[in-house]
Write a protein that binds this ligand. Structure first.
Ligand SMILES: C[S@@+](CC[C@H](N)C(=O)[O-])C[C@H]1O[C@@H](n2cnc3c(N)ncnc32)[C@H](O)[C@@H]1O
Length: 358
């Protein structure tokens, strides 16, 4: 074991209380107030642990901004409105989106900008770029206004609960500490409430692993209910699967490479693939319409990313043109981010499919 400061805390906790639920382990690794991964660093970019789509190219945020503008116009240009981002990282997506929105008369005059962010390090970076924005610790705190919201690689960072099918029924997967290592262990008794599991997994075979993300469902239902009541629209973009399915998708990334999720707690990004079927169900239970999910590559192409790349290439040097080509490929190609990443749209009930989902 690496002996991270969080390790000492976790070992003591497990000694005192027994193996802890995976969701608890993940929450502490990511958000422990002193030692949590997101509390102590800016993990993005070449010198961090991973690169996200807005950091790949300005085209991503610009197209997201234009999608929000299209929704605003479709809603009859309401004012005032809240433009909200969940987990904004360095604020790059919002900066690119707002630049694109300058070409939309009156939308920015009607808008206040809101960030939902728990990391003090990233909040400070966002604050430098957007001194007039408002920050919130949870999505419930954003004002009751028509909501134009984006969440890119936010839902994958929320703690998941895992169950494994055994001859005793579904048992929760916990984290214990054995011979100097954190290890996944099954709770000795079957989970009392199997109803939390996706119906598609009812007939899963012994050994199958089921994942749920209660925090994600609760957040997306809350957003949906606000959009159903006040209007607006939202995009959830993340890596994940279209349909609920069995499987262990917990992963750790450190220095741009996969790592063991149970090694070096607090030093690696822990995530899980997003179950878009479960999220879409959460949207509908909040009273809004869910569109998609569609693949990121198809979504960006439908919004015109190739034309935007062509436009940027016109004034670019040969090396900038090459970089643009690489970025376009990275965001849209099936063997890069184009298929693994999905986009879910949220609108008030009864709205026709928004741009990119037709
Ligand atoms: C993977 S980064 C994505 C950053 C940005 N959206 C992008 O695409 O570059 C995850 C972001 O979500 C924030 N975050 C993680 N868990 C959160 C939570 N429970 N509440 C609010 N923000 C959270 C992180 O601090 C970070 O800003």
């Amino acid at each position: 074991m690496s002996g991270t400061p969080l390790e000492t805390h976790l070992v003591r906790l497990i000694r005192e209380t027994g193996p802890i639920p995976l969701s608890h382990f993940m929450a502490l690794c990511l958000a422990h107030p002193e030692y949590g991964y997101y509390m102590t660093r800016d993990p993005l970019g070449a010198r961090g642990d991973f690169v996200t789509a807005p950091e790949v190219s300005q085209m991503f945020g610009e197209l997201v901004g234009l999608w929000l503008a299209d929704r605003w116009l479709a809603e009859g240009s309401p004012a005032p409105i809240a433009i909200v981002e969940l987990g904004p990282g360095r604020g790059t997506l919002m900066a690119d989106a707002l630049r694109a929105l300058r070409s939309v008369p009156r939308m920015l005059d009607a808008a206040s900008i809101h960030f939902v962010e728990t990391s003090p390090v990233l909040r400070a970076a966002q604050c430098e770029r957007f001194p007039d924005a408002s920050w919130h610790s949870s999505a419930d705190e954003v004002p009751d206004l028509p909501l134009f919201l984006i969440a890119n690689e936010f839902f994958d960072a929320l703690p998941i609960t895992q169950y494994q099918r055994t001859d005793r029924g579904w048992c929760e997967r916990c984290v214990g500490y054995v011979e100097g290592r954190f290890v996944p262990l099954l709770a000795p008794v079957a989970a009392a409430n199997d109803k939390a599991l996706p119906p598609a997994l009812a007939a899963a075979a012994e050994g199958a692993i089921a994942e749920i993300c209660p925090a994600g469902i609760s957040i997306v239902s809350g957003i949906a209910s606000r959009i159903a009541t006040h209007g607006g629209g939202a995009l959830v973009i993340d890596y994940g699967h279209e349909r609920s399915a069995a499987g262990d998708t917990l992963q750790a990334v450190r220095n741009h490479a996969f790592a063991d999720p149970f090694e070096a707690p607090g030093e690696a990004d822990l995530t899980a693939h997003v179950d878009f079927e479960a999220l879409a169900h959460g949207v509908r239970s909040g009273g809004a319409a869910a569109h998609g999910p569609v693949r990121q590559g198809a979504f960006l192409c439908a919004l015109g990313i190739e034309a935007r790349a062509g436009q940027l290439a016109r004034n670019a040097s040969p090396s900038q043109r090459e970089a643009l080509e690489r970025a376009l490929r990275r965001l849209t190609a099936s063997d890069e981010m184009g298929s693994l990443f999905k986009v879910l749209g949220i609108t008030p009930p009864g709205s026709p499919p928004p741009a990119g989902f037709a």
